[in-house]
Design a protein around this ligand. Structure first.
Ligand code: LP5
Ligand code: MN
Length: 259
């Protein structure tokens, strides 16, 4: 299985979108399943926005995801930016919509997969925001608004978040060790995969004296970052490994994968 998150695609990320569409081609050729646990899009203001009259930047992404789903099992999860993705979108792209936290049976045993924002428990302001916007009644109210008003609210929310993040200590915006340990205890998984923090790594840790691995997925940015960055995790019988995009720098793709 392959997993990638935090691609953060929008109308303003043409290079990142191109890189991700190339990645999807490789995933369709080599992955038996592709999981995309959140922040696939930089903001998502409702499936209707995408399905009725998709903007020019989005249509190729929807079509590429649908094409990918015809070759490999495709799963999408909600992030803190695209938590309004719904079943209509999942159906449009041939994907299954994941619950916030899901336990996967893999070649290396049960793996816990999520976006990761739920583990940032020291960030009280964010957890308050998350509780509010996950409220189904508030979501129904928001989705009943015009697309223009939804877009204006989302733009305001993004500005407010960026402003608040400037003065937030970095450790608060990372997962909290107690939340991670509790997730391992609650599920019995020995490996966890999440994104959100944009701090890619494979962490070896001990929970109640037992060895555990926490794998953090890379974020993607080929529009503003120099050098560009992107990546994913491969989990197969050889174990978990982080791979970088483009694959020239990565040995995790089979030789035939057009490096
Ligand atoms: O996203 P990022 O990287 O800047 O920071 C995140 C956390 N912030 C968020 C907020 C998102 O960026 C907002 C995305 C747009 C949402 C569109 C729809 C909104 C309405 C939906 C109603 C159902 O996730 C940030 C964390 C950081 O990650 C690190 O983990 O610290 O959390 C905060 O900054 C907390 C702030 O309090 C969030 C302030 C946003 C205010 C939004 C109010 C919207 C109310 C709408 C009512 C209809
Ligand atoms: Mn995120």
């Amino acid at each position: 299985m392959w997993a990638a998150s935090d691609i953060h695609m929008s109308a303003h990320t043409p290079a990142t979108t191109r890189a991700f569409l190339d990645f999807l081609t490789q995933a369709a050729a080599h992955a038996d399943a592709l999981f995309l646990p959140g922040d696939i899009f930089d903001v998502w203001i409702g499936d209707d926005f995408a399905l009725k009259n998709p903007p020019a930047w989005l249509l190729p992404i929807l079509d590429a995801l649908l094409a990918t789903s015809r070759h490999t099992r495709l799963y999408i999860g909600r992030g803190n930016r695209d938590f309004l993705m719904g079943h209509a979108l999942a159906q449009r792209i041939g994907a299954q919509l994941l619950p916030d936290v899901v336990q996967l049976d893999t070649d290396i045993g049960p793996v816990l997969l999520s976006h990761g924002d739920e583990y940032c428990t020291a960030d009280a302001a964010y957890q308050r925001f998350r509780r509010r916007v996950r409220n189904p009644r508030l979501q129904r109210l928001f989705l009943s608004l015009s697309l223009g008003l939804r877009r204006a609210i989302a733009d305001w929310a993004r500005r407010r978040s960026q402003h608040q993040n400037r003065s937030k200590p970095m450790d608060i915006m990372d997962v909290h060790p107690d939340a991670i340990s509790q997730a391992f205890r609650n599920t019995g998984c020995t490996v966890m995969v999440h994104g959100h923090t944009h701090r890619p790594a494979i962490h070896a840790l001990t929970v109640d004296g037992k060895p555990r691995q926490r794998i953090v997925l890379p974020d993607w940015d080929f529009d503003h970052a120099t050098p560009g960055r992107g990546g994913w995790v491969v989990i197969d019988s050889d174990g978990p490994r982080l791979a970088t995009w483009p694959p020239e720098h990565d040995s995790s793709l089979p030789a035939s994968a057009g490096r």
